[in-house]
Design a protein around this ligand. Sequence first.
Ligand code: TMP
Ligand code: MG
Length: 349
Amino acid sequence: MGYRLHHYNHILPIYYHPFPRLFSFRFNFRVWCCSQSGKNQAQMEQVVVNGSESHLVVVDNPNLLQKKMSAIRLAGPAKLQVIADFDATLTKYWIDGCRGQSSHNLLQQEDPEYNVKRQKLYDYYHPLEFDPAIPLDKKAKLMVEWWEKTHALLIEGGLTYNAIQNSVAKATIAFRDGVTELFELLEEKGVPVLIFSAGLADIIEEVLKQKVHRSFKNVRIVSNKMVFDENGRLQSFKGKTIHVLNKNEHALDMAAPLHDHCDDLNGLGDEKSSLKKRTNVLLLGDHIGDLGMSDGLDYETRISVGFLNDKVENSLESYQKAFDILYLNDSSMHGVVKLASHLCSMESN
Ligand code: TMP
Ligand code: MG
């Protein structure tokens, strides 16, 4: 299930601090440099937090990361926002040995025939979603097909809000350890969190309600939003479909109606323009396409944190190049909590 150190039987242990000032006293890092022929050693640094083999962290360019951390910290929390993907980023990939369900997959329609049809689509398209051999333009077309067929089945099957509540109550879904702590810390520091998901907004709201048991005034959801008819049955989806590979198109602009909706709920004003003024970004994702979530912003400094949950061998190289910090093995969110806490602390370096 996880990616084990023994996959690198030529690993040499050395000690290394990727965030020296941040972690030198509080945390113990051990690093394994892989001496694979033809690979730059720095590219293969494996950082193990607190000596635990199950929480591997890869930092491809520690100097660049350090510079970004200093810049964000110097600018302070008033300039920072967090943009996080939902499925398999905020939520666990594995739960008690079973694959954690996504916001789409946890849905149980009243007519089980529709669940079977959607599962068949998942079985066909999900492996394609993470296949590094498929060119991005071709993959984007496949993802549009998948999302359109799935949403059509949800509408045709007449999904009700009641079914959503029941499905979430029975679902195999859980936030990564540390997510609530992260939201609390960011709320305390006044840093907004945008959950930007190609999943389903209504389900994510319900998951937050049922699994976190409290609301956060700094958390907003941008995702595919359902429209229900007068009988409480799903009638359509609002706006343009968000799938895993078009998060870059219009990015935050796509989110306007949902922000309005959230503003109504939370009584906060002119949020979109205030988000655009927060030019430092901490981005969390499990898919290369998640990096597009910040494209709508003219950001100054962005630290991207990736979670490579499965089939590590296939994607390690591309993911470690793409993300500033890469967590392997379905890691917890504790490292991100520490990072966010450092970025928001105003004490001198
Ligand atoms: P995310 O943007 O929050 O990660 O949500 C998108 C994930 O949802 C993506 O990894 C694929 C997954 N998904 C399903 O599990 N079932 C489905 O029917 C669809 C359309 C997507
Ligand atoms: Mg995801």
